[in-house]
Design a protein around this ligand. Structure first.
Ligand code: B16
Ligand code: MG
Length: 219
């Protein structure tokens, strides 16, 4: 493997599994609204913004609410979600991630975060990884949500690396599409049947190193 200059990581589903906390908080809200929101429905919220997540839940319940009401509900969900996030520790970093990040550092590969979450910095702080990233692009910095490439293109720009020398690690369909739209090589983290648009798919970072990346990115 040659000419990889930067690795850009999604957060939820790649570095940590905050999806379980998102689900808990959304589920409580859905229950209050009388909407039957299941774990299967929750898959549709991965990689999607907070407001869009709420809209998907309201669509499931065939409920239409005014914008102010939606803002209040999204705020309530986030307050409950943050209570769960505040209990997080480094023990929740997914297997193999810490070793892989350390190996990238040794090799001089730049590291960035590209997440839809507006809580990304808080989460990285809780799990003690905030200082590992040279650039952090989160939901507070981008206008257009994944599958738009903005989040990854901005991360590459902040690192000073051309998109074709970046590898993105993503667990969500919309995120894989965003990486491909950015002209980057994409490693899907999860199930190949779901992440078929990715250039390659791994089940986790355990035992994974740069040598396992299948392409030669051209000079
Ligand atoms: P927040 P990622 C995404 O994180 C989650 O996958 C998605 O489920 C969530 O709705 C989104 O962040 C927004 O999160 O409410 O914290 O701003 O996968 O892009 O790291
Ligand atoms: Mg994700």
């Amino acid at each position: 493997m040659t000419n990889i200059e930067a690795c850009i990581f999604d957060l939820d589903g790649v570095i940590v599994d905050t999806a379980v906390y998102h689900f808990k908080a959304w589920k409580n809200l859905a229950d209050e609204l009388g909407i039957d929101f299941t774990e299967e429905h929750n898959e549709r919220l991965k990689g999607v913004s907070r407001m869009r997540s709420l809209e998907i839940i309201l669509e499931i319940g065939s409920l239409d609410l005014p914008a102010v009401e939606k803002e209040k509900l999204a705020f309530r969900k986030n307050t409950e979600y943050l209570e769960l996030v505040n209990q997080m520790t480094a023990a929740e970093i997914l297997p193999g991630v810490t070793t892989f990040l350390a190996d990238l550092k040794v090799r001089g590969i730049k590291i960035a975060l590209g997440s839809a979450s507006k809580n990304a910095r808080t989460i990285l702080e809780k799990i003690n990884l905030l200082n590992q990233f040279e650039a952090i692009v989160d939901g507070t910095l981008v206008q257009k949500a994944k599958p738009d490439p903005e989040v990854f293109l901005l991360a590459a720009r902040l690192l000073g690396v051309a998109p074709e020398h970046c590898v993105v690690f993503e667990d969500a369909l919309a995120g894989v599409a965003a990486a491909k739209n950015a002209g980057m090589y994409c490693v899907g983290v999860g199930k190949p049947e779901i992440l078929s648009q990715a250039d390659q798919v791994i089940s986790s970072f355990e035992g994974f190193s740069l040598e396992h990346i299948k392409t030669d990115i051209p000079a």
